[in-house]
Design a protein around this ligand. Structure first.
Ligand code: WTA
Length: 659
């Protein structure tokens, strides 16, 4: 936890106001009875059978929750199932093979592809056969380094079919980031592509993948999807195969879904934490899939006949849970869009909603703030009346943005679900049920039925309603991470150490977010209290950024903080001390930016790089990050009396305001 005090968290609180769920929505909602909260509480943990019942199990489980080795909980243990069977075969068996599973929309406006459930199943089987032919065996980790092209969900489901966990690395991440993740997971297989479109231009992706492979410390078999055809020539190297050719070799193949235990790993997802190295979050087959199916049903109100759209990237957990696994498990049509919201024009999303009659839209506050800035004329050009529900995720949403979304996109007739959750939680944890609870802009809502979340002080005691504290979760849930890959100790340290009473057998999960709770049990999440910055809803670890910056020749020391940003929520502010003989000039500044882009990717690009002869430090030598945040935000500076070197503060503040 950082030195953030409860008083400082207090300043982040929004003011209250509330909206009832629109009647037209409630009339048709999947969940409408508020007794569900009580029912789940009384029947906990058996209430979670309701989630498991949304799936088809090969062998049913004996026990809902096994907590003998807490916090290494097991859910639906001894049950067996296959995730790809649940997302594909069973819908085809139900006679729904001709219905759309994926509606893919390319960035070029004339490029779209529809995969019916039958077509998706066929291609998944062909690629599963191809992966096997390459040598992939059950439990081998397959890395998928791909942008938003349909072959990404195909590869995910093919992996799931043969019991090989996937590790998707966001395509915007750098070569170094790819290599770190492949090395950490001992992953000997990579699926990637030649490139993709960004704002009308073909962007080379394979060079980055090849660079990354150069730093992987073991041999790798690679499959390359040809996304760009003649637009971008690419060569295949040693141990590299073309996707089309491989799949062609297995045309018409059938691959039986392998039987997986509920607790077998479905995938790994690397995310940023307090320390320098990304954490490999492990999710399992039974608990995770049940949980994302359940939350898609209860919160996103997904029905098979819907055309549902989550505009996240599959490279993040949101895309895993709510583009691929949740929606497909429920047999709906899920939209997948390759491009950005402002290309070719700032109404692109609204055009897609209109063209496809999208029924639910799930996006991020950062996107909503951009739409707001562009103005309401863009959505007004299109018929958005097909929309029934709106959702947001990734960061706190300010009430102004919430209300704009509710009014200008939802026409005041769609509930807005503000869903709090994390890579680690697998699925949504805190949000209103759209057919049940009133919505309060800025507040995510109560914990979902069966989820037990509290707001506590540093001692772990409940704080008074309305006061800021720390969010905790004191009961396990099926979608929870099971451990950090190959690192059980770090799993305990990072999430369970802070508030658990091990001797009493009370395990409390700490998500590292600040929050407040109201009298009515609504929780407002106030943002991270660790060294993680949330830029446009993407988690970046300050330690990762700092180690990238000190790796640049000429930089002796660095401190990175998140400063407020109108659109991105937070932006990266980098403070650096130069080495003797180097000057903090534009050349060095450019190299710092490049260093960050090389280590992580363009999403981590610093908003500002400030050179200074010293960083503000306490007498014990700790960098005072809060002060650097105040400086970045142009706020009145907090207490400087505990500093060893208070004189540097004005100097740095002067440099930032000159910028
Ligand atoms: C933040 C994304 C406020 C939070 C699904 C959390 C939110 C981190 C919300 C997880 C929300 C996510 N309101 N803050 N509705 N949703 N967050 O792992 O700080 O990429 O800890 O998962 O995003 O980010 P992650």
């Amino acid at each position: 936890m950082s030195e953030e005090s409860e008083g400082e968290l207090e300043a982040r609180l929004p003011e209250g106001e509330s909206f009832e769920p629109p009647e037209s929505f409630v009339e048709q909602a999947n969940v409408t009875d508020e007794s569900i909260y009580e029912e789940f509480e009384e029947n906990w943990p058996d209430c979670w059978e309701r989630a498991a019942d949304l799936l088809d199990w090969e062998a049913s489980y004996d026990q809902v929750l096994e907590d003998g080795d807490a916090p290494f909980y097991e859910w639906f243990a001894d049950g067996t199932l296959n995730a790809s069977y649940n997302c594909l075969d069973r819908h085809v068996e139900d006679g729904r093979g001709d219905e759309a599973a994926i509606e893919w929309v390319g960035e070029p406006t004339d490029e779209t592809r529809t995969y019916t459930y039958q077509e998706l199943l066929d291609e998944v089987q062909e690629f599963a056969a191809a992966l096997r032919a390459l040598g992939v065996e059950e439990d081998d980790v397959v890395t998928l380094y791909m942008p938003m092209i349909p072959e990404l969900p195909v590869a995910m489901l093919a992996c799931a079919r043969i019991g090989a966990p996937h590790s998707v690395v966001f395509a915007g991440f750098s070569a170094d980031a790819l290599a770190t993740r492949m090395n950490s997971a001992d992953s000997e297989y990579l699926v990637t592509c030649d490139g993709y479109y960004r704002r009308g231009d073909p962007l080379n992706h394979k060079d980055k993948a090849d660079d990354g492979l150069g730093s992987v410390d073991h041999g790798v078999e690679t499959v390359v999807v040809d996304r760009l055809g003649d637009e971008l020539e690419h060569d295949l190297g040693d141990r590299q195969r073309g996707y089309d050719e491989l799949v062609g070799e297995h045309a018409g193949a059938t691959v039986d879904p392998v039987t997986r235990d509920a607790e077998d790993m479905l995938f790994l997802m690397y995310t940023s934490g307090t320390t320098g190295k990304p954490k490999g979050v492990k999710h399992t087959t039974g608990g995770y899939l049940s949980y994302v199916a359940w939350t898609s049903h209860a919160v996103l109100d997904v029905k098979p006949e819907d055309t549902y759209w989550c505009s996240a990237d599959i490279g993040w957990i949101t895309g895993h849970s709510y583009i691929v696994y949740g929606p497909l498990a429920l047999g709906t049509s899920t939209v997948m869009y390759e491009g950005t919201p402002d290309y070719p024009e700032k109404d692109r999303l609204w055009e897609i909603v209109d063209d496809y009659d999208v029924t639910q839209l799930y996006t991020a506050p950062t996107a909503i703030r951009a739409f707001m800035k562009w103005g309401e004329d863009y959505p007004a050009r299109h018929d958005l009346s097909s929309l029934r529900l709106l959702g947001t995720v990734g960061e706190p949403i300010n009430p102004r943005a919430w209300k704009w979304y509710y009014k200008h996109i939802g026409d005041e007739s769609c509930p807005v679900v503000d869903t709090w959750w994390q890579t680690e939680t697998g699925g949504m944890m805190i949000t209103t049920l759209p057919g049940v609870g009133d919505m309060k802009p800025g507040s995510a809502g109560p914990p979902l039925p069966g989820v037990s979340a509290n707001v506590v002080d540093t001692n772990g005691d409940d704080v008074e309603p309305g006061k800021a504290g720390y969010l905790t979760v004191d009961k396990p849930w099926p979608g929870m991470l099971r451990t950090l890959y190959h690192n059980d100790d770090r799993f305990i340290d990072e999430y369970w150490e802070e508030y658990s009473d091990e001797a009493a057998g009370e395990w409390v999960y700490f998500p590292e977010d600040g929050a407040k709770i109201d009298d009515d049990g609504y929780i407002t999440v106030l943002g991270r209290v660790d060294d993680v910055i949330n830029v446009s809803g993407h988690r970046l670890g300050t330690m990762e950024l700092e180690s990238a910056i000190v790796g640049v020749e000429g930089v002796a020391e660095a401190a990175v903080v998140g400063g407020d940003h109108d659109i991105k929520g937070e932006a990266v502010y980098a403070y650096a001390i130069t080495e003797d003989g180097y000057e903090g000039d534009d050349d060095l500044r450019e190299r710092v930016v490049e260093g960050v882009e090389d280590a992580i990717g363009p999403i981590a690009r610093p908003e500002a790089v400030i050179f200074s002869p010293e960083l503000p430090k306490t007498r014990s030598g700790k960098i005072m990050r809060r002060l650097l945040e105040d400086i970045a935000n142009g706020d009145e500076l907090g207490n400087t009396s505990t500093l060893r070197n208070p004189e540097v503060v004005d100097d740095i503040a002067g440099k930032v305001s000159d910028d």
